[in-house]
Design a protein around this ligand. Sequence first.
Ligand code: IPM
Ligand code: MN
Length: 342
Amino acid sequence: MTLVAVVPGDGIGPEVTAEAVQLLTEMQLGLEFDVLDHINADTYLATGESLSAGDLDRIGRAGSVLFGAVGDPRVRTPDYARGVLLRLRFELDLYVNHRPSFLWDERLSPLRDARRRHVDCVIVRENSEGLYAGIGGSLRPGTDNEIAIDEEVNTYQGVSRLIDYAFSVARRSVTLVDKANAVRNGGQLWQRCWREATRRHPDMQHHHLYVDAAAMKLVADPSAFDVIVTNNSYGDILSDLAAQLAGGIGMAASANLNPQSGFGLYEPVHGSAPDIAGQGLANPIGAILSAALLCENLALDRAASAIRAAVAETVTARRCTAEIGGTLTTAQAGAAIRAAIR
Ligand code: IPM
Ligand code: MN
């Protein structure tokens, strides 16, 4: 049995994660689940603790985590999300955030020109440093003279290993996205790592775009992109943009990976969506496609393909939730995908 930890979290996290877990269970893949459903905002509000040392141990013992979402309107500080999701990413050194976007059905694209709107790309987001490193501080907080500084951390090792991962998963091309024309030091470091990496991978096409131009081109012609590699904050923003181009954030999946240790944390790109939580409105596809990424990284390639084929079939037949043109609830949409597999 392969152990998979499950952290359903907050908001719609438990609903969508339940669909992914039930799907994997029914597929009989030899997975065993360790559910940590106490890791949520309720626990944080009651105890002040986001993630205990015991939780971290349990999660570390499993080789993978299926993660729902963190975030609750009652929690106003970033300490909570940082203490759960960012802590797992940083402490387990999950330096790759692999975020594929794929247009499952033509009618989900907001773009008019049919030849240009196909989406099948992966955003490879740096996940262990950048603006998320938590380095900085504030001076005279709470006053009119407040100064707040968040440093952007870019390391040669961190950037090089990320770019190598991007090349390792590319099928057609890799595009580096940065802002080297304005952000001098980090820009130069990324450019040096990029030049070296392109020499290590001479057979793959490569392109470079500044982030503003990349955002424009993603909307104008998403079919031009295969793998985009970028830093932590640009990757956060562009992956929401790419997700929307492919039919919406409810369908977007992600894997937080350390390719060396093999550890992975799999989560939908969407957040906890407190406004729709508990109403059966959440789309389980983001969580289910994250489970497909888990299968792929556990070498269960046939299971991953079967899940994707079932998603394609149900989306095309509109056996899906309302925000992508169906009439089903979260649980019914999950059941429709499981039925398509059988
Ligand atoms: C994501 C989320 C997180 C991030 C938040 C919850 C800290 O937006 O996974 O994209 O910015 O990384
Ligand atoms: Mn995000």
